[in-house]
Design a protein around this ligand. Structure first.
Ligand SMILES: Cc1cc2nc3c(=O)[nH]c(=O)nc-3n(C[C@H](O)[C@H](O)[C@H](O)COP(=O)(O)O)c2cc1C
Length: 188
């Protein structure tokens, strides 16, 4: 193995692929904005917490601080162009919600896109800045899911990869997804 001591982590693509989420938030006029976010992670079972790491340079950063709630949307690979679009244009220059049909949120006022296969409705639980990004921690209040692209396991929805595929990212505008032929159930 070789190693790097002097590196530019902005180009830290070696940590990918991983799943991209789309962070949704309304502005004060209830115009929805969406931003792609590769730095995302589940954080806690109870309370149910999910983290998204967002640079203060993104319009989404201020919108989350203003509204103190946001949605975390899992986008299907057949609409991957949306993810590239949400991640390359800003709220400041364009209305990214124009072609996105929304359904009603339940416990918050957050954008729930119909075309996502799952959406977590979150209230802002906490946030801390680490270096040049801020980790926003959302408390999950509602889980929306598409019942046509999921199956049930232990009373919870699981993505059915024969129906929809997740969007993974390799960096530098390169996207991929998973191949269900590689699934191994080692508990059977
Ligand atoms: C696939 C992808 C993943 C991204 N992940 C992040 C991320 O984790 N955190 C972040 O701050 N920006 C991330 N970005 C950049 C923002 O999505 C981008 O700057 C976006 O235009 C911000 O939109 P906004 O100004 O409307 O909030 C990502 C971009 C792409 C294309």
């Amino acid at each position: 193995m070789k190693y790097l001591l002097d590196f530019n982590f902005r180009r830290g693509y070696i940590v990918y692929p991983s799943i991209v989420v789309v962070v949704g938030v309304f502005d004060k006029n209830l115009r929805a904005n969406f931003m792609s976010c590769i730095w995302n992670t589940p954080l806690s079972f109870d309370p149910p917490l999910y983290g998204v790491s967002i640079s203060p340079t993104r319009a989404t950063y201020n919108l989350i601080l203003e509204r103190e709630e946001f949605s975390i949307c899992f986008w299907p690979f057949d609409k991957v162009q949306d993810v590239e679009f949400f991640g390359t244009y800003s709220y400041r220059e364009i209305d990214k919600s124009k072609d996105i049909k929304l359904i009603e949120s339940i416990k918050t006022k957050t954008p729930i896109p119909e075309r996502a296969y799952a959406v977590l409705e979150c209230s802002l639980y906490d946030y801390t800045t680490y270096g040049d990004h801020t980790l926003f921690v959302g408390k999950i209040l509602v889980i929306h899911f598409d019942e046509n692209s999921t199956y049930e396991l232990f009373n919870m929805p699981v993505l059915d990869l024969n129906k929809k595929k997740p969007v993974l990212y390799l960096g530098n505008g390169i996207y991929l997804t998973v191949d269900e032929k590689t699934i191994l159930n080692l508990r059977k």
